[in-house]
Design a protein around this ligand. Structure first.
Ligand code: BTN
Length: 244
């Protein structure tokens, strides 16, 4: 992975560029990285703050031989790979909040956005966007997120070099992706559960205009969140905003 790297000083969104490259037939493993994004996108139509030089803003193209309903598994795989890389490079131990927010001391430092180009029965490409707050100081976050966002440098108390971290992420991703293609999602699921903060705890899920409160019981083999409500009814959540 990452044998073909497209590097940009400034883009609207690496996600848009990677999607276009994928559509035009770019090979699996193609990576788009930018120093700054003017219109970085987050999940659920949010913006992703991506200032110049302080973070890692990148999108990776994968072409796994899987049906579209298994694509959430890849999101979880990427969350594990990035968590492992952060731990390896900084010594900080991250938590994962379902599906793919990576937290340090309860604040978000990484967001992952997975987008699909798919036929009904098979995935053509998965575009995985990874945004990592690396060297921002607290004063550099916009007011509306400064209470919930953090950077690796803030948590570590020193600046972190970005290049070795990118390299480690690609290494971990390649390792886990290979394992996934050979042995399926099970081993990844176990690793994911090891990092997960929400399992066994009460959470509120906002999904498609509905609010479901319950205890997070785990994830399915497809990567959906299992929530048990007060009537002991199980809900399988595909996409939602989760509050702990
Ligand atoms: C989230 O909402 O948590 C996901 C954020 C994903 C941000 C990354 S930064 C690189 C890539 N390009 C984008 O426009 N978004 C993703």
């Amino acid at each position: 992975l990452g044998h073909q790297i497209h590097f940009f000083e400034e883009v609207d969104s690496t996600q848009r560029i990677a999607a276009k490259l994928a559509y035009e037939g770019a090979p699996e493993g193609t990576l788009v990285i930018a120093e700054e994004q003017k219109a970085g996108r987050g999940r659920l139509d949010r913006k992703w703050f991506s200032p110049q030089g302080t973070g890692i803003w990148m999108s990776l193209i994968l072409r796994p031989p899987i049906p579209p309903q298994q694509a959430p598994q890849l999101t979880l795989l990427v969350a594990v790979a990035v968590s492992q890389a952060i731990q390896e490079v900084t010594g900080l131990v991250p938590d994962i909040k379902w599906p793919n927010d990576i937290l340090l001391h309860g604040k978000k430092c990484v967001g992952i956005l997975t987008e699909l180009q798919a036929d009904p029965d098979r995935v053509r490409s998965v575009i995985i966007g990874i945004g990592i707050n690396v060297n921002q100081t607290s004063a550099q976050f916009p007011e509306d997120i400064c209470d919930i966002a953090t950077s690796l440098a803030i948590e570590k108390g020193e600046r972190i070099k970005r290049a070795p971290l990118i390299q480690e992420i690609l290494l971990q991703l390649e390792r886990l992706y290979k394992q996934y293609l050979e042995h399926g999602f099970r081993p990844i699921k176990l690793l994911w559960e090891g990092y997960a903060v929400s399992i066994g705890k009460p959470v509120t899920a906002r999904t498609l205009g509905k609010v479901i409160r319950g205890i997070a019981r785990g994830i399915t083999d497809d990567g959906l969140l299992i929530l048990e409500d007060e009537q002991n009814q199980l809900h399988y959540i595909h996409s939602a905003d989760i509050q702990l």
